[in-house]
Design a binder for this molecule. Sequence first.
Ligand code: ZN
Length: 65
Amino acid sequence: MIPKTRHPNVRGTRTGYVIRYTCPSCTAESVIVNKSARDHFREARAAVCRHCRTRINVLTPGKDS
Ligand SMILES: [Zn+2]
């Protein structure tokens, strides 16, 4: 299930518990660190770019991909 939002979708890349994504607005790379196992298995999450404050819907690949 991917929640529907009005925010742009960005596909992130997962490295362990860290998800990296590139802001579509300012092209800055940011990271999300999962703090719980429940977060770890979510397929998408809302993020806010720390550089330009753009809200982003980050799609995270499954743990096997
Ligand atoms: Zn940005």
